[in-house]
Design a protein around this ligand. Structure first.
Ligand code: COI
Length: 355
């Protein structure tokens, strides 16, 4: 692979590959051998390195642990039949990470640092990319504050790390979701559009209540009126109603700019599907479930790609969605995305970086 940044590498003494059961991958449990690390100090990213994955040393007064200056990304690498590594839309993750950084008063990461750190790490750990269908190497870039200081202010120092995990399917079957009208994921003017740790922490309690009530995930509504659907769990969400694909717009700062969301919408438009980026009201969703005009509902995200929704709970009532035909949009778009990612289909948008 052609590289432009010389990143020093310290390799593991013994790889964990041989003791890893690739036929039984639980999302996020298995971590590959190495990680990329860079430190931010005196206004610049320095000390770029690839080292064995392992514990970090932090002081108890670490600023991120107290005030949550912590952001992350998620993307995936795949293996094609020739054994090459394919990374999907890494440039989009780099851009979104920097948007999160700006919102959270954190330093932006130069493209070269992100892309070279990522590609040199994947190149070194390419044996960790699973080849079975449905599996991939989940890549987790993240950045957090490292000042040892508990006054409330943006940190002066940060760490940027990338590590990877071989993963299988995130959801093994279609999910049930409950429309949430008490708790809120994001509010206007808040941090909902940033991929920052606190958004996920705040979602845990409401999600747990829904799970205790027997549902897999939540359908989040807007924080002000609770009348409009925003996202589902940790994913963007889409509905096909009266033949139109409807999803919340990303101009709102309550919606994460999902890269899978964007890819699905681009393919939908390529195929001449009618797409409406607008807020769908809970009452419109309820009517569509009652009169049968809803054809499909699904979450979109990096981890799950497409999470088919089989049931929606609204106001004390469970609504089953109709059985999806084999040629349903969500099945076709998943197959197309998988084809592009695994290199078996044409990549007209130039989404895949191969090496
Ligand atoms: C994603 O699917 O994009 C995610 O961020 C999921 C992750 C929080 C596990």
């Amino acid at each position: 692979m052609k590289t432009s940044l010389a990143i020093p590498v310290t390799k593991v003494q013994k790889s964990k590959l041989a003791e890893t059961d690739f036929s039984n991958l639980v999302f996020g449990k298995t971590i590959s051998d190495h990680m990329f690390v860079a430190d931010y100090k005196n206004g610049e990213w320095t000390d770029l390195r690839i080292v064995p994955y392992g514990p970090l040393q932090l002081n108890p007064s670490n600023a991120a642990l107290h005030y949550g200056q912590s952001i992350f990304e998620g993307l995936k690498a795949y293996k094609n039949e020739a054994g090459e590594a394919l990374i999907f839309r890494a440039d989009a993750n780099w851009k979104r990470m920097n948007e999160s950084a700006v919102r959270m008063c954190m330093p932006e990461i130069p493209e070269e640092v992100f892309m070279e750190g990522l590609s040199q790490l994947i190149d070194l750990d390419r044996e960790w990319i699973p080849s079975a269908k449905g599996s991939s190497l989940y890549i987790r870039p993240y950045m957090f504050a490292t000042d040892d200081y508990i006054g409330v202010k943006p940190s002066d120092t940060y760490k940027f790390i990338i590590f990877t995990c071989p993963v299988g399917n995130y959801y093994s079957k279609p999910v049930s979701v409950k429309v949430e009208t008490k708790y809120t994921r994001a509010v206007q003017g808040g941090t909902g559009s940033a991929k920052t740790a606190g958004n996920y922490a705040a979602s845990l309690y409401p999600a747990l209540q829904a799970q205790k009530a027997g549902y897999d995930q939540l359908l989040w509504t807007d924080g002000k009126t609770h009348q409009f659907i925003e996202e589902s769990g940790t994913m963007n969400v889409m509905f096909k109603i009266h033949g139109k694909i409807i999803t919340a717009p990303i101009h709102s700062d309550t919606i994460l700019k999902g890269i899978t969301r964007d890819s699905v919408l681009k393919l939908a438009k390529d195929w001449g599907e009618e797409v409406e980026e607008r807020f769908l009201s809970v009452s419109e969703l309820k009517s569509a479930l009652e009169d049968g005009s809803i054809e499909e509902a699904f979450g979109t995200g990096t981890a799950a790609t497409i999470a088919h929704i089989r049931l929606i709970h609204i106001d004390g009532k469970d609504y089953e969605l109709p059985e999806k035909p084999a040629d349903a949009f969500s099945h076709r778009v998943l197959a197309e995305l998988d084809g592009i990612k695994y290199g078996t289909k044409e990549d007209p948008h130039g989404w895949v970086m191969k090496f």
